[in-house]
Design a protein around this ligand. Structure first.
Ligand code: FES
Ligand code: FES
Length: 163
């Protein structure tokens, strides 16, 4: 795809400010994977339908395959690489691991970020809220029950940690 002349873009990603020259219409998904070498963000459909490429942008969950680089000028981004801290899995990641919420793993980064976003809004979500919160994320492997159970367990762990 032709992306026209590169522009200088500054963004903060996983707490680090970066400047890079990229074509303004290059997809954020490709900027992450090719220019920033953050390959944890996955491509599924490439059409905004599956959520595999989801990242947090200015506090909102976005499908990075639909976001042109020019829109991330000055943005705060979080990718799956920014979820674990100091080499320790985030409790949500740990729960996905323990409850079998990940199989091939293609959908998992997007699911984890969608779960973080959901639990920020609803720390003790109902099953309906979980299903709605993860409604934009498709999985071909798990049948969803294990994913939903992983989210429930992550919420319980977070609540127990706050008591
Ligand atoms: S790859 Fe972006 S929504 Fe499917
Ligand atoms: S674990 Fe394979 S697509 Fe979800």
């Amino acid at each position: 795809m032709s992306h026209t002349k590169p522009s200088l873009i500054q963004l903060t990603i996983n707490g680090q400010t970066q400047s890079l020259e990229v074509p303004p219409m290059k997809r954020l998904l490709d900027v992450l994977r090719e220019d920033l070498h953050l390959t944890g963000t996955k491509e599924g459909c490439g059409e905004g339908e599956c959520g595999a490429c989801a990242v947090m942008m200015n506090g909102e969950l976005v499908n990075s395959c639909l976001v042109p680089a020019l829109q991330v000028q000055g943005a705060q981004l979080r990718t799956i690489e920014g979820v674990a801290t100091d080499g320790h899995l985030h409790p949500i990641q740990q729960c996905f691991l323990e409850r079998g919420g990940a199989q091939c793993g293609i959908c998992t980064p997007g699911m984890i970020l969608a779960t973080q976003h959901l639990l920020d809004k609803h720390p003790n979500p109902t099953m309906e809220q979980i299903q709605e919160g993860l409604g934009g994320n498709l999985c071909r492997c798990t049948g969803y029950m294990r994913i939903f159970e992983s989210v429930q367990q992550a919420a319980q762990c977070a609540l127990a940690g706050k008591e």
